[in-house]
Ligand binder design. Sequence first.
Ligand code: HEM
Length: 350
Amino acid sequence: MSRRGKERAIVIWLSGVCLLITLMVAIGGITRLTGSGLSITEWAPILGTLPPLNEKDWEIAFGMYKASPQYIQVNSGMELGSFKWIFFWEFIHRLLGRFIGLFVFLPMVGFWMKGLLTRPLFQRVFIGFLFGGLQGALGWFMVKSGLIDRPSVSHFRLAAHLGLALCLLAYFTNLTLRVKAGEFFARPHENLSRTRAPIGFWVFTALFVFQIIFGAFVAGLKAGYGFNTFPLMDGRFFPGNAWALEPTWMNVIENPSLIQWIHRSLGWGLLFSGIYLFWKMVTRSDGREGSLAFKPGSHLAVGIFAQFLLGVATLLSGVAIPLAVVHQFGAACLVILWVRFHFHLTRIPH
Ligand code: HEM
């Protein structure tokens, strides 16, 4: 196979991985928002591939759920039919996780045996695969926190699970772009040389990372169900009970009102940086001759604007499921746009 043919096959495969992770993030959102995440009370990576296949198996799975705090405190009296519905989403989420694992592993071995993967590329895909396995374990670690005494998962573990999913997405997106540019096939510096991203980019990145963490806290603490007005919160800029917990610092990580306020404020920060970025990109005033980053930069800026509006719409709707799912999906799309912008910002054609 020609070098270009090899690259194309690997780019298609890795793009498929990115697409599946993005889909997985959206299905994770549906699972959380439909209250389905605690319906399967065991972790059976191999045996769990099959759902209950007869009434007896369903009764066993339902019986285990009936012993969980979510059933006892929130869903007592639930019928088997409703249980099957929440089970469906959690099952699909886990099944897709296994499928992504195979989708990475099998072609990785096949390409490697055919000599299509260079050693550094094989190593990188393998590392991604291992972290994918860790993500499965982290998912279970999160679910376990909701099976002990309270009927919801720890928002810290939820943030870790969402955070690792988005890191994996960023990792595979970056790998895809690098393969596409020929960086693993003996022509690393054929057309492009590398440079550093400016400090402004990293300031923006810090805002973006904190926004995702606080978004996950808002989701995990169900903080989006309070203060469904915008831009003020109950007629005030700053919520009255923002410092209700003791000690004071605890409010930053545990108080839903303050956490929602932080997520809104970081949203404003990102919106203004997005406007600034857009202006820089359309006026082509980033000071770099022939930069490849103008288009990806303006796409990222437009993405931030859309995500801001989606966040506001989610809040005003009282967290309507379709809007909240699209907001979660939007965060994954922004990660892709952010990696793409970084990639082009740090490559200069010669
Ligand atoms: C502009 C950049 C923004 C980013 C990158 C972002 C990102 C996130 C992320 C990652 C989550 C957690 C998962 C989920 O989406 O449900 C989240 C949740 C949430 N965000 Fe944002 N967000 C942004 C702006 C906003 C704004 C401006 C608002 C409202 C004023 C907002 C309101 C919400 C709400 C209510 C939730 C919880 C939704 C739920 O419970 O499912 N977001 N956000």
